[in-house]
Design a protein around this ligand. Structure first.
Ligand SMILES: [Zn+2]
Length: 593
């Protein structure tokens, strides 16, 4: 039965290019999942975009002497190009600075406000005396009042781990220019999270056994200490507050986290409008049979397992104060929050400032997208923090992609193409032939089950076991020695090509570009698995901006398909680049620069 699947992918922050640590946490896993779901016959809507508001963008724009919008424009495009280069098949990858996003964000605010889940509060805010602007918590540094550590930030002390308010810091200074902030009363809006404790509790309890245990445990632990959370800031870069007396205040904006999580909904609505059916998004958001999967790094669990569900409940009139759904109607909360752990780089944390980093575009200039996708699937931070090393990358590329999979494809197809020009017919099958065919066909079920539960490491490992067994089969059968027995040679190559075809299908979610090549080499026609494209769009004739979208209704289906004898074979092209072992030293030298 076909199901509606929303793949909601974390929104990259538009203050710089993305590095491979970012895309291993949210980008590649969500694409593997979505490609599998489409192949399994489900109706997938995969949405995301760049998160473009907030103080860090404003601060960096000031430093570069450009406007926040100019900085966001620049990195929105860079990030869209990076994600397209990785083959991430978004139905829509947009941005948070669209009119549509502003309107949807304000609608959610109003719905929550009307239902009584947002209230104003006077707090003490830190102000930079030289600019008059609010200093966000993390841009204030001082001595921790609890442990005496002198590098504590306004939101937290990294030494003792305690949460702090900037006003508690001893000798607070601005990290931007070293000046001493002044504290002044300021009025803000708060989201009343404690009013959702009960509804969130039963929501989370119902996910036992479904979510990754670390995610659920983390979310359940947070329940005991829900506090009202500020959803506005003193800032001029963000979505205006849609209330009389607030709307036109230049220095009051919704907090960036509040508008960013609403992006999943606003992007779905934008996608529907661009698809020509403005109500089409409702099939993924207001449908008891639909499922919504949210992909992110573990630092974002609180927003997706707690705060975003609370916002959706509140807008829908569910919470301690009840209420009625806003004008969009009641909205579905996430079915599953799929969080990854962190990737480190050669034993160290990624750090752009210390050059411990490799940006996606630099990676793609030197290596194939599928090589990185493979590494992330088989050795990425799915269940635990994981270290990326160049040595392991080269080993896996050369030993697994080139020597195992690439070699199986190459020798099977080239031998069959050279000797027969087409897929050969199989004669009588031996036990070994039948065993391998059966093994391959029977692997679709277990690999699909792992993919449906976002267990990517298990899934690709099982699919690769078939590749290894096929290589073993060829080594034992030695079809290259059977010139005098062409009938047996045909049978062996038929079996090998069938397994290559099966493996190509099972590897498609992980390795879409190279699977498309194998599809063509095996004489397949048309598009196998669709690839994303950048389109330039606008709103009501305004300034154009790039979005990622694509037509992903290719021929790929999650099933064994019998190959047809007589199908002409194309001479094989190398699937993957073999890497010179010296690239390890070259890359390590780049890191040390
Ligand atoms: Zn401390």
């Amino acid at each position: 039965m076909s199901q509606h699947i929303l793949t909601a992918v974390a929104w990259p922050y538009a203050n710089g290019p993305r590095h491979i640590g970012h895309v291993s946490g949210f980008g590649v896993p969500s694409d593997i999942f979505s490609r599998y779901q489409r192949m399994a016959g489900n109706k997938v809507l995969m949405v995301s975009g760049t998160d473009e508001h907030g103080t860090p963008i404003q601060v960096q724009a000031d430093k570069e002497g450009v406007s926040a919008k100019e900085l966001a424009d620049r990195y929105n495009r860079v990030i869209a190009e990076d994600l397209t280069g990785l083959g991430l098949a978004y139905d829509l990858f947009t941005r948070t600075t669209t009119k549509n996003h502003y309107a949807v964000t304000q609608e959610i605010f109003k719905g929550l406000y009307d239902n009584g889940y947002i209230f104003p509060q006077t707090t003490m805010g830190a102000i930079s005396p030289s600019t008059g602007r609010t200093l966000p918590d993390r841009y204030i540094e001082g001595t921790c009042p609890i442990c005496g550590y002198d590098g504590a930030r306004g939101d937290q002390c990294d030494n003792c781990g305690n949460q702090l308010d900037p006003i508690q810091l001893i000798n607070p200074v601005s990290r931007i220019n070293g000046e001493t902030p002044v504290f002044a009363e300021t009025e803000h809006f708060m989201l009343d999270l404690p009013a959702f404790a009960e509804v969130l509790g039963s929501y989370l309890q119902s996910k036992q056994g479904e979510w990754r245990p670390n995610v659920l445990k983390f979310a359940l632990n947070l329940l005991g200490d829900l506090q009202p959370r500020a959803i506005s800031r003193d800032l001029d870069w963000g979505v205006p507050i849609p209330l009389d007396g607030w709307r036109d205040q230049p220095n009051k904006r919704l907090y960036v986290w509040f508008d960013a999580v609403i992006g999943y909904l606003s992007a779905s609505i934008e996608w529907a409008r661009r698809s020509g059916d403005p109500d089409a998004w409702r099939q993924w958001w207001q449908n008891p049979d639909a499922r919504g999967y949210y992909f992110m790094g573990k630092d974002n669990i609180v927003f997706h397992a707690e705060i975003w569900p609370a916002m959706l409940f509140g807008y829908s009139g569910r919470g301690d104060r009840g209420g009625t759904p806003g004008s969009l109607g009641a909205l579905d909360a996430p079915s599953e929050v799929v969080s990854s752990e962190f990737l480190t780089m050669e034993g160290r944390k990624f750090s752009s400032s210390r050059q411990i980093v490799i940006y996606v575009r630099d990676f793609l200039e030197r290596y194939d997208a599928d090589a990185l996708r493979y590494y992330i699937a088989v050795a990425g931070p799915e269940n635990q923090d994981t270290d990326f090393t160049w040595q392991e990358f080269v080993n896996r590329n050369n030993g697994e992609l080139v020597a195992a999979w690439g070699n199986l494809v190459n020798r099977s197809i080239s031998m069959a193409a050279k000797n027969f020009g087409a897929v050969p017919e199989a004669g009588d099958l031996t036990d070994a032939d039948r065993a391998l065919l059966e093994r391959s066909r029977n692997t679709f079920g277990p690999v699909g089950a792992e993919l449906g539960r976002s267990r990517f490491k298990n899934a690709i490992t099982e699919a690769f076991d078939v590749v290894r067994e096929a290589n073993k089969y060829l080594a034992e059968q030695e079809p290259w020695k059977l010139k005098s027995d062409p009938e047996r040679q045909k049978s062996i190559l038929h079996v090998a090509l069938q397994v290559v075809d099966d493996a190509k299908t099972m590897l498609t979610p992980f390795l879409p570009s190279s699977s498309n090549k194998v599809h063509a080499m095996l004489g397949g026609e048309g598009v196998w698995s669709g690839m994303p494209e950048i389109h330039e769009v606008d709103e009501d004739g305004g300034a154009p901006y790039p979005v990622i979208t694509g037509d992903y209704d290719g021929a790929a289906r999650w099933e064994h398909q019998p190959i047809k004898p007589g199908t002409p074979l194309a001479p094989p092209v190398p699937l993957f680049k073999k890497l010179d072992p010296k690239v390890v030293d070259e890359e390590l030298a780049r890191l040390a620069d």
